[in-house]
Ligand binder design. Structure first.
Ligand SMILES: NC(=O)c1ccc[n+]([C@@H]2O[C@H](COP(=O)([O-])OP(=O)(O)OC[C@H]3O[C@@H](n4cnc5c(N)ncnc54)[C@H](O)[C@@H]3O)[C@@H](O)[C@H]2O)c1
Ligand SMILES: O=C(O)C(=O)C[C@@H](O)[C@H](O)[C@H](O)COP(=O)(O)O
Ligand SMILES: [Zn+2]
Length: 362
């Protein structure tokens, strides 16, 4: 196995490593060590299991007590009670127990769902994230936010439950559809926008290479994004403060996802349009020069991502945003930019928010 790059998420007794590299599913002593002697449920989706399920089973079966593969339908709609129940049912049928291990093999949907299955099965068992989408390799596999959606709002039911290890095999990205690759770039752009302007500028330069799935450019973005996310999570595991910055674009973005019906807009697409709205709000609040909004919009467009939201009544957006997890007593809290590379949270006048939304509809 070529040596992976290792980052550590520093969370005291819940600390864990993130491995980033090529070929990490072919040989992986650290991953095998976690599976040794245990029953392992490899949870994946109907696109990813046929490509990588057998490889992960072959890696773990020689050391595990047993390996059970569980497959959910691909797509956002699977982040639901029915799939969670089906996973638990299959685990109980196969006599998995408190010492068993869950492996989440797939994108952010599988990561969030399987992570919550691990958080809730017999009051909590270990799990490993094996992210296979760009979005999952730059964002969702790290930080321990797990959960499912509710008809009224995204990720409304869940738990903080950190993985024991993250295995990001960059080789898996070669089979990722281009629309999904672009969706992952939205979270890459977000990390630059909230925390590091130089990184954002590097991403802008690298954009053609990233869209062409060029391995060096992808590895650079994955490592830089993981570094930013790991540092924020280590500073504020349960989002009492600075972690909210990772929600830049999400107050508007989640309203688009739920309004359209889960899966119509990909998460990254909705976040892309949401970041433009949040950046415009920052400009109107006098926190950021208008040229930086234009710069951010150009980078988002260059990633083949949308910058405008569906033309629904503004009231529909406000209703969905009132139950955002950052809201206090139904009043939304926004992540804004004090210039590119610097995030903050604030409330905003409803009339201003209405104007921002109205000006960014298709
Ligand atoms: N927990 C967190 O911190 C966090 C962070 C960001 C996003 N999320 C959540 O993540 C989800 C979005 O994740 P996503 O964009 O990965 O979506 P996803 O899990 O639906 O994966 C995208 C699509 O690509 C397919 N796919 C994944 N890897 C593949 C591969 N290597 N080859 C071929 N096909 C592959 C999947 O089957 C799916 O159809 C949303 O539910 C979002 O809310 C969570
Ligand atoms: O890890 C975080 O914290 C994030 O906010 C990362 C986001 O990209 C991600 O979409 C997260 O699931 C949103 O969290 P939520 O608390 O708004 O559901
Ligand atoms: Zn996100």
């Amino acid at each position: 196995m070529p040596s992976p790059q290792i980052l550590t998420v520093d969370l005291g007794e819940r600390s864990y490593d993130i491995q980033v590299g090529h070929g990490l599913l072919d040989e992986n002593p650290a991953f095998q060590a976690l599976a040794r002697g245990r029953s392992v449920a490899v949870i994946s989706d109907s696109n990813v299991d046929p490509i990588y399920g057998a490889k992960v089973e072959a890696l773990l079966a020689p050391v595990a007590h047993q390996v059970v593969r569980i497959v959910v339908p691909a797509g956002e709609a699977s982040k639901c009670w029915q799939q969670l129940d089906a996973i638990h049912d299959r685990m109980l049928e196969a006599r998995l127990d408190r010492k068993s291990l869950i492996v989440a093999l797939g994108g952010g949907v599988v990561g969030d769902l399987a992570g919550f299955a691990a958080a809730s099965f017999q009051r909590g068992i270990d799990f490993v994230q094996v992210p296979t989408s760009l979005l999952a390799q730059v964002d969702s596999s790290v930080g321990g936010k797990t959960g499912i959606n509710h008809a009224r709002g995204k990720n409304m039911v869940g738990a903080f439950h950190q993985p024991r290890l993250v295995v990001a095999d960059t080789g898996t990205l070669k089979t990722l559809p281009s629309r999904e690759l672009a969706a992952g770039l939205a979270e890459v752009i977000k990390h630059g926008a909230i925390a590091n302007r130089a990184y954002l500028e590097q991403v802008a330069v690298d954009m053609p290479a990233l869209l062409a799935c060029q391995p060096e450019a992808l590895a650079r973005a994955i490592l830089a994004s993981m570094r930013i996310k790991a540092a924020v999570v280590a500073a504020d595991e349960r989002e009492a403060g600075v972690r909210a910055h990772l929600n830049f674009g999400h107050t508007f973005g989640h309203a688009i996802e739920v309004g359209a019906g889960y899966g119509k807009w990909l998460h990254g697409e909705a976040v892309a349009a949401g970041m433009v709205m949040a950046a415009d709000l920052s400009v109107r609040l006098g926190r950021m020069p208008a040229e930086q909004l234009d710069e951010l919009r150009r980078i988002i467009t260059s990633a083949n991502l949308p910058t405008r939201a569906p033309a629904w009544p503004v009231d529909d957006y406000l209703r969905n945003m009132a139950i955002d997890k950052k809201a206090e007593h139904g009043i939304p809290v926004f992540v804004v930019l004090n210039g590119l590379g610097h995030a903050a949270t604030t409330r905003a006048d409803e009339a201003l928010v209405r104007a921002v939304i109205a000006d960014h509809l298709r």
